[in-house]
Design a protein around this ligand. Structure first.
Ligand code: GLP
Length: 261
């Protein structure tokens, strides 16, 4: 796992954007795994800026989002299929049918979860997966206690996650759905490269567990310690509990530029 904590946190988005642009140059039809939440927003803004500057194209790329609330109307602004469009994909040149999300309104949710897994496999798997992390250590919506080998399925959100996400629903907890569909930890682990963003002290405990704690289903993000190519991009607040911070900094500062992330 590579841990990067730039002194200037505005460097985080360009570092990740460089990796995505390099991937798309090498493989224009690459499959991106997209995350919602606030953590990747600076990255999406940077990619939109680069697209508008003619530096990158998503015309042949495909994308899969991680998760979706169950039961939100298809035009609900907080349905993740809409969020990802509003925040990112509608502002670049993805083909209309190239961005996929789990269907939180499917009449047969179980079948639809299996279908989503099949679609990812048919696309050749995810080349680069963007991730955030919840304060309780969840990735996508794999809440504490999730099987470390789980696949796309229905989950019940914890009270903490619903509380954290109430800010997107006018602060009204009652509006936050109780159920979701999420790619499983086993699904996410199959992405060839995972790039996780965390910012702010509220994430410091989850980040400590992810980077330096023991692997445990109670901190689902810790499964990434088993990933052969995981990059963790942090600001000072999110990194504030890390015991080996100086080592991570030295490692990144002395890294040959050609290595990328
Ligand atoms: C949400 C999403 C996750 C996201 C996480 C953190 O519940 N399902 O994909 O990574 O919580 O969100 P944020 O980046 O807004 O802190």
């Amino acid at each position: 796992m590579e841990v990067i904590v730039p002194k200037d946190s505005t460097q985080i988005a360009p570092i990740a954007a460089d990796a995505i642009c390099e991937l798309l140059e090498r493989k224009p039809d690459a499959v991106l795994g997209l995350a919602t939440g606030s953590s990747p927003l600076p990255l999406y803004a940077e990619l939109i800026r680069r697209y508008k500057a003619g530096e990158v194209s998503f015309a042949r790329a495909r994308a899969f989002t991680l998760d979706e609330y169950v039961g939100l109307a298809s035009d609900h602004p907080q349905a993740y299929s809409n969020v990802i469009r509003t925040e990112f994909t509608a502002h670049v040149d993805f083909a209309d049918d190239a961005v996929h999300s789990p269907d939180g309104l499917a009449s047969d949710l179980r079948q639809s979860c299996a279908g989503y897994e099949a679609k990812i496999a048919e696309a050749g798997g995810v080349d680069l997966q963007i991730l955030g992390v919840g304060t309780d250590g969840h990735i996508a919506f794999n809440e504490p206690g999730s099987s470390l080998a789980s696949r796309t399925r229905i989950k019940t959100l914890t009270p903490q996650t619903r509380l954290d996400n109430a800010r997107f629903f006018d602060g009204d907890l009652d509006q936050v759905p109780q159920h979701c569909i999420t790619q499983g930890l086993g699904t996410i682990m199959e992405a060839r490269h995972v790039v996780l963003f965390a910012s702010g002290e509220g994430k410091a405990q989850a980040v400590w567990n992810l980077v330096e704690g023991p692997v445990s289903a109670m901190w689902p993000a810790t499964i990434l310690q088993h990933h052969p190519h995981a990059t963790v991009l942090l600001d000072e607040g999110a990194a504030s509990k890390l015991e080996n911070l100086d080592y991570y900094r030295d490692t990144y500062e002395t890294k040959p530029e050609w290595q990328g992330i």
